[in-house]
Design a binder for this molecule. Structure first.
Ligand code: TPP
Length: 567
């Protein structure tokens, strides 16, 4: 064919890239292979940043974090069957956490898959994805690519955000059509996530309940952080004087040292609050389902959530404020008379006094500097270094490494803490860290349990390959939870044992990054300071007492109790 005739044709690959660009997708996280390798190449050639991972779960977690941080769907790209399934974990996790994400996967030949003829990487991926995602779609004709991508992006971002699966069979990617006709099949979303206004009656009901409260409390969830309505949330809290408790990823939405933060008097706040306003927070296991004894059994709940089905899922909701958080706060401000909602001083003082006690206790515990190093010592060192630089993103997973870091490390800026989230999942570490670095260009510190790190550790190579400013800090106590468990039979290591002598710092050196080993808090401080100043990839292996930590961290009560194992 002549060059002219060529120029008039397009194909599935080009239409996918054109549709993504038309909708402002600027980064793809993925792992290549049949049938999507050329898709990644073309995307890169056309100016979309492509970040290539070592495992699809990590690419998927990165896309999910990108969605959370930017309020635009993160895109993950996977190959058929096994690659698709590896990515599906992250897509399901994104759905659970309400992060907007689209996993685009190539898939094998439909006619072979459907008759189960045994194709290369054969799997009915659309059916497999369905139960785990907000929605799953398949594009079966090249002229539907634009529609499929628009639909996937729209579904991921609008209403309650979540994970969307988009299946594109190999044959569709390879289909050729007239370029001009092809261009007409693409569209740009108008109002991808339109405002959703709450019902005025519900707003009035909420105002009345809040006005009559003696011990009101606001709970901020990561939905509140996601909403990017930071100023309005702060105004609501400060103008009403209501104490608030941030869920872990809402830390920093208001600075953790805010005088109205009841984070350090959490148990008392939950137990005594008579009116609780949930903002982008769900009454799930993380909040004990709103049940006594953690909560006041007579508490009235007001809930701000974009998803009507969330209401009454655990406790009766006295004022369901169904809408986007910004619109709900606007409506509340509009329909509240000046001074109508004001948290009683006695309640604020009661919480303030308890906070002061707990803060003093914590300061006392943080003063100790025992050897071998404990979690507290290492994490205090991390805290002090990043306190100086609030722009740093903190990624955090593990059990004790998660629970203790959450309490020790204050956040001062919204959306700068990314952690295991609603599922308490291990494996988000390197993916979230990579996305935070890629999307923001700011430094990232990933505080990882040694077990948690292992789930995504190979992505150190990715971090080094792209020369990202990620410092991984491993709390190495040689075990899942702790490193001192023994198998009484002495046959093999105990189920919770990992190698205490493991030198994770040597791993990053294999890829050209900088490795540090720290055995005291002072060494943690020195290593982290130097690593952050260098601006390059680094890993600090912190030698933590193998007997430090508790089994399952703060959620040991969730382990079912049968008869005692082993004796
Ligand atoms: N697999 C997944 C995908 N998610 C999980 N939460 C678990 C397994 C169970 N689990 C919870 S915490 C954890 C594991 C494996 C690791 C805890 O050990 P570590 O990361 O070393 O943290 P530490 O308590 O020692 O700080």
């Amino acid at each position: 064919a002549t060059a002219d005739a060529q120029a008039e044709l397009t194909d599935g690959y080009h239409l996918v890239v054109d549709a993504l660009k038309l909708n402002d997708v600027d980064t793809i996280y993925g792992v290549v292979g049949i049938p999507i390798t050329d898709l990644a190449r073309l995307a890169q050639a056309q100016g979309i940043r492509y970040i290539g991972f070592r495992h699809e779960s990590n690419a998927g977690h990165a896309a999910a974090a990108a969605g959370y941080l930017t309020k635009r769907p993160g895109v993950a790209l996977t190959v058929s069957a096994p690659g698709f399934l590896n990515g599906l974990v992250a897509l399901a996790n994104a759905t659970t956490n309400c992060f907007p994400m689209v996993q685009i996967s190539g898939s094998s030949e439909r006619h072979l898959v459907d008759l189960k003829q045994g194709d290369y990487e054969e799997m009915d991926q659309l059916a497999a994805a369905q139960p785990f995602v907000k929605a799953a779609y398949r594009v079966s004709r090249v002229e539907d690519i634009g529609r499929g991508i628009a639909r996937a992006l729209r579904t991921a971002i609008s209403g309650r955000p979540g994970g969307v699966y988009l299946d594109i069979p190999a044959a569709v990617l390879g289909s050729i059509m007239d370029a001009e006709e092809g261009a007409k099949t693409l569209s740009r979303l108008v109002d991808p996530a339109p405002r959703q206004l709450p019902a005025p009656e519900a707003v009035d009901r909420a105002v009345e309940i809040l006005a009559g409260a003696r011990r009101p409390l606001v709970v901020l969830g990561k939905g509140a952080a996601y909403a990017q309505a930071d100023e309005k949330i702060r105004n609501f809290i400060e103008s009403t004087g209501i104490p608030y408790v941030p869920m872990s990823m809402a830390k920093g939405l208001l600075p953790d040292d805010h005088p109205q933060s009841a984070a350090t008097a959490r148990s008392l706040a939950l137990k005594k609050a008579d009116v609780v306003m949930l903002v982008g927070a769900r009454l799930n296991w993380l909040l004990n389902h709103g049940e006594a004894p953690q909560w006041n059994p007579d508490a009235k709940f007001i809930q701000v959530d974009i998803e009507p089905k969330e209401m009454d899922s655990n406790q009766p909701i006295a004022a369901p404020l169904v809408g986007d958080i910004e619109s709900v706060l606007d409506a509340l401000a509009e329909r509240t008379k000046p001074g109508q909602i004001a948290a009683p001083a006695a309640w604020r003082e009661e919480l303030g006094a308890r906070s002061a006690q707990n803060v003093a206790k914590m300061a006392e515990r943080l003063k100790a500097d025992p050897h071998p190093m404990q979690f507290m010592g290492a994490l205090k060192a991390v805290r002090d270094v990043i306190h100086e630089r609030p722009e740093i993103y903190l990624v955090n997973e593990g059990a004790n490494a998660l629970d203790i870091a959450r309490n020790v490390i204050d956040m001062h800026v919204p959306r700068h803490r990314l952690d295991s989230g609603t599922w308490g999942v291990m494996g988000i570490g390197m993916g979230y860290a990579i996305a935070a670095a890629v999307e923001s260009g700011e430094p990232v510190v990933a505080v990882e349990g040694d077990s948690a790190f292992g789930f995504s550790g190979m992505e150190l190579e990715t971090i080094c390959r792209y020369n990202l400013p990620v410092v991984t800090v491993i709390m190495n106590n040689g075990g899942v939870y702790r490193g001192d468990d023994v198998n009484p039979l002495e046959t093999d290591p105990s189920p919770t044992t990992l190698m205490l002598q493991a030198r994770h710092d040597k791993m990053i050196e294999a890829f050209g990054g900088k490795g540090y080993r720290a055995t005291t808090p002072a060494e943690v401080t020195a290593a982290l300071t130097e690593a952050l100043a260098s601006g390059g990839p680094a890993l600090i292996d912190c030698a933590i007492d193998p007997s430090a930590g508790t089994e399952s961290g703060h959620i040991a009560h969730l382990n079912p109790k049968g008869i005692t194992v082993g004796n």
